[in-house]
Design a binder for this molecule. Structure first.
Ligand code: ATP
Length: 353
């Protein structure tokens, strides 16, 4: 049985449908990210799970129990918001102890649990400090300790890292995963940052315009996206309009702007399709050995990689090349591009909503 299950969850604000028949599940002890662009309904979903927002239709089950009518404070959830919401006039230890006091946990037990929570987030040495004298990363840890000390049924995180600078954010991502695993707490994170979601999660739930696009392990969603939206949201992708003209059990033939190319084995129906190709799957070939030739239009150095934009008869293609230390091609150079037909993803044509 899933620890948390959403069944056709819907939220309407007047004429706006913020969350539209959303269904997904979260296994016990797992880390799941709710991912999508601004306004896709992530926060509204979290607020309904937390009990801060009424449900228009659908159900939320926690341990198989319907949460309809259960007040927020009785749901036993630990929540960390973007702003941390710490009490500035209380020490770190007092902040962490607060939820236990509210629950009338006795003093000795409180002391033990606060010490364990601070140890978990590596803040024992700052127990008597006030949050105003702490860095963003440290405050983040206090907020986590405060949410975890009550031994929540579920940990809900709403963009908890978005106030941190890039380097600290990466560090805290690793810390968040360590803390979640050590605590063994089932966790649902809301984020618009696809790299963060992929780095942290056992499963990503990708949303767009209130609707579920895909719920899968990060690798599976990246490699076998359900549609172009998922493919483009989870990373860079070349999306090409094409026609699937032939197929059998060994492969297929696609046509792009009159050019016929070998395609992968596919379940898609013959006719218009969208073909996606990840930039890192395109290789440079020797002259005469590429699938298409093109001219380098632009080249950007990314440190560990080069990003090239290449003009080809199929359209402009983005290519990612590992930086090997040798100098790369230059704008205007002719290059020969090759890829394995199995790296082409045949997806349904996106229909504008
Ligand atoms: P962000 O990443 O920007 O926080 P989000 O994915 O969390 O976005 P939500 O905040 O859940 O998105 O909003 C989803 C939709 O519902 C948006 O169109 C938003 O304008 C609308 N919405 C959210 N709250 C309300 C409200 N209280 N009243 C009316 N519309 C709302």
């Amino acid at each position: 049985m899933a620890h948390l299950e959403l069944i056709d969850l819907t939220k309407r604000f007047g004429v706006v449908t913020a969350v539209d028949s959303l269904s997904f599940s979260v296994d016990r002890g797992s880390f799941v990210s709710l991912l999508g662009p601004s306004g896709c309904g992530k926060t509204t979903t979290l607020q309904m799970i937390a009990g801060f927002e009424d449900v228009t239709a659908g159900r939320i089950l926690l341990n198989g129990r319907d949460l309809a009518g259960v007040p927020a404070r009785q749901r036993g959830l630990g929540i960390v918001f973007q702003t941390y919401a710490l009490f500035m006039h209380m020490t770190v230890a007092e902040n962490v102890a607060f939820g236990l006091e509210m629950r009338k946990i006795d003093r000795a037990e409180r002391k033990r649990r606060v010490a364990a929570a601070l140890d978990l987030v590596h803040l024992s040495h700052l127990a008597d400090r006030y949050p105003r004298a702490m860095s963003g990363g440290q405050r983040q840890r206090v907020a986590l300790a405060r949410a975890l000390v009550i031994e929540p049924e579920l940990l809900l995180l709403d963009e908890p890292l978005s106030n941190l600078d890039a380097k600290l954010r990466e560090e805290m991502q690793l810390e968040l995963r360590r803390i979640q695993q050590e605590a063994g707490v089932t966790t649902l994170l809301v984020t618009h940052d696809q790299a963060e979601a992929m780095a942290l999660s056992d499963k990503v739930v990708v949303m767009n315009k209130g609707r579920l696009q895909q719920a899968a392990a990060p690798f599976d969603a990246y490699e076998t996206p359900n549609n172009s939206f998922v493919s483009n949201f989870l990373g860079k992708s070349n999306s090409l309009r094409a026609i699937l003209v032939e197929k059998d059990q060994n492969g297929s033939v696609i046509e792009i702007d009159g050019l016929r190319l070998p395609g992968p084995v596919t379940d898609a129906a013959l006719g218009p399709v969208e073909v996606n190709l990840r930039p890192e799957r395109i290789e440079m070939a020797d002259a005469g050995r590429g699938i298409v030739n093109g001219q380098v239009e632009e080249q950007v150095f990314l440190g560990n990689q080069w990003l090239l934009r290449v003009k080809t008869p199929l359209g402009s293609l983005v290519v990612l090349r590992r930086n090997t230390g040798a100098s790369e091609s230059r704008p205007g150079d002719t290059v020969h591009l090759n890829w394995d037909r199995d790296h082409l993803r045949i997806l349904p044509v996106e229909v504008a909503a």
